[in-house]
Structures are given as C-alpha cells and as structure tokens.
Design a protein around this ligand. Structure first.
Ligand code: ATP
Length: 356
C-alpha cells in the first residue's frame, strides 16, 4: 500500500510542514516556522496578520517565487515544491498591479493569453468577457497609464482572471486605494470570487477586510499560523491572547476556571466556556446597569468617548482592572454616563470566554 497521509478530496492547496528561513546559521530568520494549512477548492481564504508575520512569504511559496527550506506545497494533490511559477495553475495579483502603462486596457488583459499563443478571436472574446466582469468595457482602448488607482486595480484583476487560473493569489491588492474605493472594491472582489468560483488566497493585515470578505481566515503571527476558522469562529472563539487581541477589541480579565465558569478576583463567578486563566469579553457584550442591579459587577466610569454610532465607556473594576464597554448612542447622543459614576456591569449570555 501507499504510505503518507490521505489528501482531502477538495483541497486546492496544501502547505505541509513548511519552513522558510532567510539567511544562514546564526543570523537566519524563520519567516515561516513549520506551517501547515489546507485551502479548499472555491473558497475565499485569507492570510491575516501584522507586518512581518510571514503572509507574503507563504503566498510566494504557493506561487513558486520562493522555495521552502523544508516541507512541501501541493496544488490539486500534486507536489509542486520544486516547480517554477509558470508550471503552477495559480496566478498572482500584486499590490503594485504591475500593468504595462504603454499598452491599452484590452491589451493588458489579453497579454497572458497572447503569450500562451491562443487564437486571436478567442483572446478578443475572453478580454470582452473579463472587462464586462470588472465593469471596464467603456475603457477598453485607454492606456493604463491614464487610469485611476481603482481602474488600474480592476485591469490587474481582469488580467489575472483571463487565463482562468484555478487559484488566484492576491497580495494586499486593495492597500493602495483610499478608504471609500477600498470598501467598494471589497464588495466587487467578493462578487468576482463568488461568480467565477475561483479559489482566492488573499493577504491582508486589515482584520475588518478579512472578517467581511473571507470564507475562512488563517491568523498568523511570528511565522506561525495561530488559528484557522470561519470569521465568526475567529471573532467569537479566539484560541489565544494574540488572536483575541489582533481581531477586534477585547477586554481581558484575570480569572480562574471553576466548574461551569470563571471566578474573578472579587469571588464573582461568571458562566464562561473555554479553559485558561484569562477571561475575554468584547466591548459590545458588556451591559451597563444601575449600581444596585442584581448579580452585576460593581464598576466606576472613568471616561466616556462619543463615536457617533456608538459610545465607548471606559471603566475600572474594584480591583483596578480596566475595561471598555461599547454601547449604542441614543438619538440625542447623550449616553447618560459620566466620569466618577458608579454602575453595575452585566454580561450578555455566552459572551465571556476563558483562554490561556
Ligand atoms: P507585510 O505585511 O509587511 O508585507 P508579511 O507578513 O507579508 O509582512 P513577509 O513579507 O512574509 O511578512 O516577511 C516575513 C519575514 O521575513 C520578515 O521579517 C521579513 O523581513 C523577512 N523576509 C521576507 N523576505 C525576505 C528576504 N528575501 N530576505 C530576507 N528576509 C526576508
């Protein structure tokens, strides 16, 4: 019989125990440290993490621009570790777009197909289809040097999609755009992925972008994958302090695990899932109640910051632990809270979670 692990039927890409070191000996830096992950066919998969965590390195290993120091890359079940980029069924969209400024939009989009020696009529038809997909038909004849950032971004996408790769690798493709255009392109990109069914591997350091666009997210830090999950899992059930802190805002309260929950410094026991000695709770899951409310944790308001849609109330527990509550702002904008006020703190059911 054959040795080795059995591959999932629908894995488009697998990284298996991948390590990538730059430099030699003492000064070697492990950009990736024994990373394994499986990206499924047709999914929008995001590599998320702070600058320097190894996201781009993993993407470049999948593309074939870098070779791993150890481990394997598999595409559609085939070991492609030693193969050059042009032998892999993946295409890359870079942050810089890398368009040819002296060529027209249509020529840029058709470039890869022309290199493959496809018939002229087929190229023309595909270019038309791709330009319709990214809504750029009207600009087909324009030189790309004369386009806005958002338009260039679309041309780069259309060009990468034209050869119909099985997998599209995208390295922070929206980071050069201003906030409004970036939000529009997030919606467009997600639509394109759904319509084409192409597997997307998307790199970003923006947690909101990752949460809103992805089917699944791999959260990375210091060359390691910390957690892989659907956006809701990553946000509501982070596996460790790094993930809880990096994704959204979190309150941390020292606690000890007791049967059925977590015991705080003052002896209060809250229902909580998970294991460990740190209780995490999101600011929007805290409830501000009257000081005398039944079962509420005594707290003092330290400051109140108005954010428009909601108001952030900074609080201190009796042992000095600092927390932030986020409450919807009332119609007149006045939350009714003020520094020095004594209140009771309540917790939404299921909101508290223990981590290590
Ligand atoms: P960013 O969001 O800033 O692009 P990243 O998560 O994509 O960060 P990588 O570009 O993968 O991070 O880099 C991971 C680590 O490897 C960094 O410490 C980086 O300095 C280092 N590194 C990357 N490429 C090389 C290289 N060619 N030579 C030496 N070190 C490198």
């Amino acid at each position: 019989g054959t040795a080795g692990p059995i591959l999932s039927v629908n894995a488009a890409i697998m990284a298996r125990d991948v390590t990538k070191a730059f430099g030699q000996g003492e000064t070697a830096l492990k950009a990736l440290d024994n990373v394994s992950c499986e990206i499924r066919t047709g999914e929008f998969f995001t590599l998320l993490g702070p600058s320097g965590c190894g996201k781009t390195t993993l993407l470049r290993l999948i593309a074939g621009f870098e070779m791993p120091t150890a481990g394997q890359i598999l595409i559609d079940g085939q070991d492609v570790t030693g193969q050059p980029p042009n032998r892999r069924a993946v295409n890359t969209v870079f942050q810089s777009y890398a368009l040819f400024p002296h060529l027209s939009v249509a020529e840029n989009v058709g470039f890869g197909l022309k290199m493959q020696g496809r018939p002229r009529a087929e190229i023309a038809a595909t270019v038309r289809e791709m330009l319709a997909l990214v809504k750029l038909e009207a600009l087909a004849g324009r030189r790309t040097g004369q386009l806005s950032g958002g338009q260039q971004q679309r041309v780069a996408l259309a060009r990468a999609l034209a050869p119909r790769p099985k997998v599209l690798l995208l390295d922070e493709p929206l980071s050069a755009l201003d906030l409004k255009l970036r939000k529009e392109m997030q919606v467009e990109l997600k639509r394109l992925q759904t319509e084409t069914g192409i597997t997307f591997v998307f790199v970003t350091h923006d947690q909101e972008e990752a949460l809103t666009m992805s089917d699944r997210i791999a959260v990375m830090s210091a060359g390691k994958i910390q957690q892989i999950g659907v956006p809701r899992e990553i946000y509501t059930a982070p596996v460790n302090r790094f993930v809880a802190d990096f994704i959204g805002e979190t309150n941390f309260i020292p606690a000890t695990a007791v049967p059925g929950g977590a015991k705080l410094a003052d002896g209060t026991v809250l229902p909580a899932e998970g294991e460990g000695s740190l209780l995490i709770i999101r600011p929007e899951q805290l409830r501000l109640l009257p000081a005398a409310a039944d079962g509420a944790l005594p707290a003092t308001v330290e400051s109140v910051v108005y954010f428009g849609t909601d108001t952030h109330v900074h609080l201190a527990l009796e042992d000095g632990t600092k927390l932030t509550a986020r409450v919807p702002s009332p119609a007149d904008g006045h939350s009714g809270h003020a520094p020095g006020q004594r209140i009771g703190l309540g917790f939404a059911p299921g909101a508290a979670r223990l981590i290590r």
